[in-house]
Design a binder for this molecule. Structure first.
Ligand SMILES: [Zn+2]
Length: 440
């Protein structure tokens, strides 16, 4: 394939733009070659976006009925919304969620999803279901099951086993588009034994641990009350904090804990809109530093929207931040995924890199240069400009339509599953789990 006539953004950080043809051969960007041509005149060709933290299982939850008393804090949001929803999930609703989430990702220019999954009543094989749904759409993914003690020791063991089983399968079958991590929910729902088992599995399998860390003050309070140390220190003590680790949120990490995260060179997924929506506080982005990627925490997977919201929220505190901040963050997400896939060039459109890219139909109203591109990203570009999407060298969206599946059919199937899922919710009350360290 040869993409002709477009401005090619070879790299987001640092920004590099060239005007030459882009060649794709055998699933990778190439120096030359390709036979078929795709006219990209008047378009921008950019690396595919990465969502570094999401929960596909929430895709059928939008607008779902809610009869309990309104949640007043983060813990109640989990007890009354998400820990009810996840227990209502079965294989079919997990599949429908992944298909809808994957479809929306591609149509908004996101080519890789780093997912954190929970379905306590359908654990075994759940990662296969998600992988199958995403691979059939052509979405690249990094998957894990969120091991937790909140639903009892059997679920904790089954959760960890699911991670291990999937990682072993993904390796045995050499899945082209999926990798596994060891997933864990959060410090406050993990016993020392379970956390140690997760850390040991991650070390043994040589993968990262993907875990929520200090998303809300409740996580830090629990760790301090039970162990006398903060969440990051607890992870470090369990040997669960290293350069492969992906922490989500980190809102309540203090200076000492942030220093531990830096020392470990761990990644952190910042989820600006989710933090606002759950009123958990503001992540200290200045202190958190460079290895911060962007996630949506389940609020779709439109990274144009997420990076814009994150940027404006940042600007409220740091008016000196430039729009290149958003591009640096997206590029960190690609770096994390590249590490998971063993692809050093991942996220760049340079020879040898996996050909994950997006063609944006953008009639630029102002000069588009290396210097102005970040401004276009934050103030102009959006998922409405996504025309074509390629993953691993294959077109998965052409002229704003999925190439492998029918969007209307997927939505119709999802509506059936959503209705059944919502009905099952009626029979499930607020989750009774309370942090052992107490609420206060
Ligand atoms: Zn999350």
């Amino acid at each position: 394939m040869i993409l002709t006539g477009g401005a090619v953004v070879r790299s987001l950080d640092p920004v590099q733009i060239t005007g030459d043809d882009l060649h794709v051969t055998d699933g990778r960007i190439a120096a030359d070659g390709g036979v078929e041509r795709r006219d990209c005149s008047g378009c921008l060709v950019v690396p595919g976006n990465v969502c570094a933290h999401t929960h596909l299982y929430s895709a059928l939850a939008r607008g779902m009925p809610y009869d309990l008393a309104p949640p007043e804090n983060f813990l109640q949001i989990l007890q009354r919304i998400w820990w009810r929803l996840d227990r209502a999930l079965d294989e079919e609703s997990v599949r429908a969620s992944a298909l809808i989430g994957g479809m929306e990702a591609l149509l908004s220019g996101t080519t890789t999803l780093v997912d954190h999954h929970a379905s306590p009543n359908a654990i075994d094989g759940s990662l296969d279901v998600i992988e199958d749904a995403l691979s059939s759409l052509g979405v690249r993914s990094v998957l894990c099951y969120e091991t937790s003690d909140r639903d009892g020791p059997e679920c904790a063991q089954a959760g960890l086993a699911e991670n291990r089983r999937f990682i072993e399968r993904e390796r045995r079958e050499k899945l082209p588009l999926a990798r596994g991590l060891v997933g864990a929910h959060a410090s406050f729902t993990l016993s020392d034994e379970t956390l140690a088992a997760c850390a040991a599995a991650a070390r043994e399998l040589e993968v990262g641990l993907h875990i929520h860390a200090a998303e809300d003050a409740v996580d830090e309070r629990d760790s301090m009350a039970l162990y006398g140390i903060g969440v990051a220190a607890r992870l470090a003590r369990a040997e669960a904090l290293d350069a492969r680790t992906l922490l989500a949120h980190g809102v309540h990490l203090d200076d000492r804990e942030i220093a531990l995260v830096h020392a470990a060179n761990a990644f952190l997924a910042h989820n600006a809109r989710s933090n606002m929506n759950n009123a958990v506080g503001r992540a200290r982005l200045g202190a958190l530093g460079l290895r911060v990627a962007l996630g949506t925490d389940g609020i779709g997977s439109d990274m144009f929207e997420e990076s814009r919201a994150a940027f404006f929220r940042l600007r409220e505190d740091h008016s000196d931040a430039g729009p290149d901040w958003s591009l640096e963050r997206l590029s960190q997400g690609a770096r994390f995924v590249g590490a998971a896939f063993g692809e050093r060039r991942f996220g760049r459109l340079e020879a040898g890199a996996p050909a994950d890219l997006v063609v944006l139909d953008y009639a630029t109203p102002a000069p588009l240069t290396t210097g102005s591109f970040p401004g276009h990203w934050v103030f102009g570009l959006g998922s409405r400009h996504v025309r074509d999407v390629m993953v691993a060298g294959e077109w998965v969206v052409l002229d704003r339509r999925l190439t492998r599946m029918d969007a209307q059919e997927l939505a119709a199937g999802a509506r059936v599953q959503a209705e059944r899922l919502w009905k099952r919710l009626d029979g499930i009350g607020s989750h009774e789990f309370e942090p052992k360290g107490g609420r206060r």
